[in-house]
Ligand binder design. Structure first.
Ligand SMILES: O=C(O)CCC(=O)C(=O)O
Ligand SMILES: [Fe+2]
Length: 275
C-alpha cells in the first residue's frame, strides 16, 4: 500500500460536502503524464473487444476492464482516490465493478433529449425496502478527457438527490430536471459519487471523444456487477490489493464476519490510527 495515501485522507469539509451533495470532485487525481498511458491501455481494450462497441454511435461501455492491464490494477488503490473511498465506506470494502465509457461526438442531426437519470446497481434499488435507500457502494470516475466545459459528454448529477428514492421529472418529456448540472472536470480529475445519486452520462456536442474509467467499491459482501477477471493478479498483489480484488482467506464466512486476515486494510488503518 502506497504511504502517500496518508496525504489524501478525506477531510471534514470533503465529508460534509459528499454527505450533502452525494459526490466529490478530486482534482488532479491522476498526474498529467499518466493520463495518456491509462488512455492507451483502455484504447487497447476498445480494439480487443470491438464487439462490445455501440454500433450506432461508435462509443460503448466496456465492463470488467480492471484485469486488462497492470496499469489499471495500480488504480485500484491509487493514493489520491482510495482514501476518499475508505473515508466514506470504511475498511470493509472491495472493488465490485470496473467499466470504461467512450462517448464520441454526436451526429449533427442528433435531437437533444432528456438525460438517462438513474441510481446505480439495478435491483438493489427495488429489492431493499428502505427510504432512503442504503448507500452500499460508491464509484470513482477517472476522467481522461477534458470536460471542463459543458456539452462534452460530461457526467451529470442532481446534487443532493442521493437521499431521494424517486426523482420527479417535468411533465414535458424534453425538459430537463431543473437542478441537473454537468460536472466540469479536467483531464486527470476524478469524481467520487454515491451510487444513490441520480446521475447520467451527458450528450457530447463537442468534437472530442470523451473517455472515462469507473471503479465501483462496495462492502465486501456484495456480489460483483461484472465478471471481475482478476485471478491473474492475486499472486503478485499485496494483501490489501487482494482484499480489494475480492479475496476472502476465510472463505464465504469471511465476507460477512471477517477476520483480520480477510481485511488487511483494517489492520493497516489501525496501524495508522485511522480505523
Ligand atoms: O458516463 C457517465 O458520465 C456516467 C456513467 C455512469 O452512469 C456510471 O458510471 O454509473
Ligand atoms: Fe451510473
Amino acid at each position: 500500500m502506497d504511504e502517500r495515501c496518508l496525504q489524501h485522507l478525506l477531510t471534514d469539509e470533503e465529508r460534509a460536502s459528499f454527505e450533502s451533495d452525494g459526490y466529490l470532485v478530486i482534482k488532479n487525481a491522476l498526474p498529467q503524464d499518466l493520463v495518456p498511458k491509462v488512455e492507451a491501455a483502455l484504447k487497447k481494450v476498445e480494439a480487443k473487444r470491438e464487439h462490445d462497441k455501440d454500433t450506432s454511435l461508435g462509443g460503448g461501455n466496456w465492463l470488467d476492464v480492471i484485469g486488462e492491464d497492470d496499469l489499471l490494477l495500480e488504480l485500484i488503490d491509487w493514493a489520491t482516490t482510495l482514501p476518499k473511498v475508505w473515508g466514506v465506506l470504511g475498511w470493509h470494502i472491495a472493488l465490485y465493478h470496473s467499466h470504461y465509457i467512450v462517448s464520441p461526438p454526436l451526429p449533427d442531426d442528433f435531437k437533444k433529449r432528456r438525460l438517462g437519470w438513474h441510481q446505480d446497481s439495478g435491483r438493489i434499488n427495488t429489492d431493499i425496502e428502505s427510504d432512503p435507500r442504503p448507500r452500499i457502494s460508491v464509484k470513482i470516475g477517472f476522467f481522461l478527457t477534458d470536460a471542463s466545459a459543458p456539452d462534452r459528454g460530461n457526467f451529470h448529477v442532481i446534487p443532493g438527490s442521493h437521499l431521494k428514492n424517486e426523482l420527479t421529472l417535468p411533465d414535458e418529456k424534453s425538459e430537463e430536471h431543473p437542478d441537473a448540472i454537468p460536472i466540469l472536470v479536467s483531464r486527470g480529475d476524478a469524481v467520487m459519487f454515491d451510487r444513490r445519486l441520480w446521475h447520467s452520462a451527458g450528450q457530447n456536442y463537442s468534437d472530442i471523444t470523451r473517455r472515462a474509467l469507473f471503479y465501483g467499491y462496495s462492502y465486501r459482501w456484495l456480489k460483483p456487477r461484472d465478471n471481475m477477471t482478476v485471478a491473474h493478479y492475486m499472486d503478485r498483489s499485496d494483501p490489501i490489493r487482494r482484499q480489494l480484488l475480492g479475496a476472502s482467506p476465510n472463505g464465504g464466512f469471511g465476507y460477512t464476519s471477517p477476520e483480520d486476515e480477510d481485511v488487511p486494510l483494517k489492520v493497516w488503518l489501525e496501524k495508522h490510527d485511522l480505523a
